[in-house]
Design a protein around this ligand. Sequence first.
Ligand code: ACO
Length: 473
Amino acid sequence: MPKTGSTAAPPAKKKGATDGNGAAAAKGSSKPAGAPSSDGSTLDIKDNRNNKSYTVPIVDCAIRATELKKIKTDDPNDSGLVSYDPAFLNTASCRSAITYIDGDKGILRYRGYPIEQLAEKASFLEVAWLLRKGELPTQDEYDKFVHDVTWHTYVHENFRKFLEGFRYDAHPMAMLNSGIAALASFYPTSRNIFDERERDISMVRLLAKTPTIAAFSYRHVKGMPFVYPDNRLSYVENFLSMINRMSESKYEPNPTFVRALEILFILHADHEQNCSTSAVRGVGSSHVDPFSAMSAGVAALFGPLHGGANEQVLRMITEIGNVKNVPKFIESVKSGEGGRLMGFGHRVYKSYDPRAKIVKKLADDVFKIVGVDRDLEIALELERIALSDDYFTQRKLYPNVDFYTGLIYRSMGFPTDFFTVLFAIARMSGWLAQWEEMLLDKEQKISRPRQIYIGPKERPYSTKLNRKSASAG
Ligand code: ACO
């Protein structure tokens, strides 16, 4: 069990201070980290219903939505204005110092470090430490962290029975999700989330055991015996060993595959307030244990519009079948009949996703070993046509991280429905860092959005004979 140090928790934020990398906060700002970013700017609002005026402070390029609550008519039932923002198109839910994205420029940084440098030089566990602690680990910190994570890779033997209970064709994301949630039952003291030692050990356990549960799910679907962790191996090597090892006494993975997977894990480690991270923060804000909160992240990631996109990209490419069918497919996307071009588009990136660039280069390294993927030609043609077509360019739809990952994963021997599991292993590091940041953020409370009620006004209960069926139209 790791000893807890004072570095585990970020220092409490000073009032009015900025982290320099915060969500809406530092966009376009050249201020150094920690510098106050309120320059006294304000926003004047005039309510034309009653001619009243309000002055609202602007801090970090944001106004507080609660300021709008003060804007009311004279009606005593008026509880004030709310901002209506379905799907959070323009609402910051937190201040965060973890990940910075500039979607127009295609910039992604973890704690200030460019993703390109981390992908080239760092290990995944170094990045996991960085995301949580805010600084890269020293050699001693790193050695201890690697030791702790390696030490905790085993799962309770009852997990065998638990996973064996799934059907032979269970989707591995459903198994992973249940497995992560089930860990809560093995570690009841993890519910003490404000005890730093409990958080430390839970976070190490989640990083350590996620690959084990993922690999067990893989072997279950394949009908192969579970392979226990081999603590002589690195994080990625051990995962590949649990996936692939048969009768050999020590598994020796292909070093190109190991590095490729390590880079893919780094690229997927965090991506600020995406759907699954928001799910983790939202569920975690109820102060539930971290295993339950992380399983919410796995569930959100499963969806085809999020982490499930990598699986859908490959299914789409397989359906297209031949490069000559690409123009017809693109037309069907544009007309709306063929669904979306999976692996394209992003809520934040309105230029080429910087991770997609790295993935495309990585694909070359892997294809050099195993030969070019049979469907690469289709993917390249889809990209070529889409990037020169007004429909896509006008909407700023570019390849996202998942456009090419599926081809790499398939070349490494992973089945299509396992792709999102690989994403989840990596994203666990980001979810954990974001979860802890949320817990220690004194401004955060239980997550509870407002709504605009559009249902019926009060009406009396009616007897069954006098009711109109909801399906009657
Ligand atoms: N193919 C075709 N058209 C698209 C696509 C796409 N992949 N993505 C967006 N559009 C179109 C929409 O139809 C819409 O057009 P309209 O203005 O004529 O109605 C416009 O572009 C804007 O789309 P929105 O749905 O408003 O964009 P949003 O930010 O909500 O969606 C998302 C982002 C979900 C990623 C979307 O681009 C999409 O569905 N992409 C395909 C799935 C995918 O690859 N997801 C992975 C994202 S990366 C990740 O989570 C790891």
